[in-house]
Design a protein around this ligand. Structure first.
Ligand SMILES: *Cc1c(COP(=O)(O)O)cnc(C)c1O
Length: 243
């Protein structure tokens, strides 16, 4: 198990390097986040021991359950799943970034809680660029007005945009949803919103890592290629099920 994870991690870093080279990009421009849903603390620890520092969880309960087992490690934890408003207070105890900010009511609740605690948090705005009902996220045409609203919240540091791309066996079917996120960022820059600049793109998973880097990803979120398959049987990507 240990050898597998170490080997897989090397491969993933190699894939990132190759993709960067292919797209004439700096490797330092692309961060690796380990998507650790359903992965045991023991396995996570192996990855961290090889030098990884960033993990992402989808569920509040997993975040909490693994916390004590990982306490001694120097890691950064992002929340990457659908976040219910009533879990905000708990999530803020463990995560330093919410990558799944997808609605105003969530921004308001985050702001309310953070003001009370007297600090701020990094956020990515999740956009549904695959237009699938199975995914959360703002519709592309809602993003600019959403940013105009939330830029006034001093407690939210807007770091970028996040999407879960369309997964398909055919590579070229996966590309448009990644391309969209970059285009949306271009549109945001054109709109020249006060205080909104230098937005990172969080996109790319095990299946579409290379395409995502080609389309400008700054943060790839990888689970399966490092830790192996999570589900037995048919795997359908559905955020509702994961939650
Ligand atoms: C699980 C998950 C990933 C990683 O997906 P893999 O296909 O296992 O690499 C990335 N992003 C989110 C939001 C996830 O839930």
């Amino acid at each position: 198990m240990k050898e597998d994870i170490i080997f897989n991690l090397k491969q993933v870093h190699q894939r990132i390097e190759n993709a960067c080279q292919f797209s004439d990009r700096e490797v330092s421009d692309v961060q690796l986040l380990l998507a650790t849903k359903t992965v045991s603390p023991e396995k996570i620890r192996i990855a961290i021991d090889t030098g990884e520092t960033l993990i992402g969880e989808n569920k509040m309960q997993e975040l909490r359950d693994k916390d004590s087992a990982l306490k001694d490690l120097n890691i950064e934890r992002h929340f990457i799943g659908h976040l219910q408003t009533n879990k905000v207070k708990d999530v803020l105890k463990y995560a330093s970034c919410i990558q799944s900010l997808d609605r105003l009511s969530l921004a308001q609740e985050l702001d309310r809680q953070l003001q009370k605690e007297g600090h701020s948090i990094d956020v990515f705005v999740q956009v549904n660029t695959s237009f699938e009902d199975s995914k959360f996220g703002l519709a592309p045409n809602e993003v600019i007005s959403f940013l105009k609203e939330i830029k006034n919240y001093q407690t939210l540091n807007i770091k970028g945009l996040m999407t879960i791309g369309l997964l398909d066996v055919e590579k070229e079917k996966m590309r448009p949803s990644l391309y969209w996120l970059r285009k949306i960022r271009d549109k945001i820059y054109q709109a020249d919103i006060d205080g909104i600049h230098d937005l990172k793109l969080s996109m790319g998973m095990s299946q579409d890592l290379e395409l995502a880097i080609a389309e400008g990803s700054n943060l790839v979120r990888i689970g399966t290629s490092v830790f192996g398959n999570r589900f037995l049987g048919k795997e359908i990507w559905n955020e509702n099920i994961i939650e």
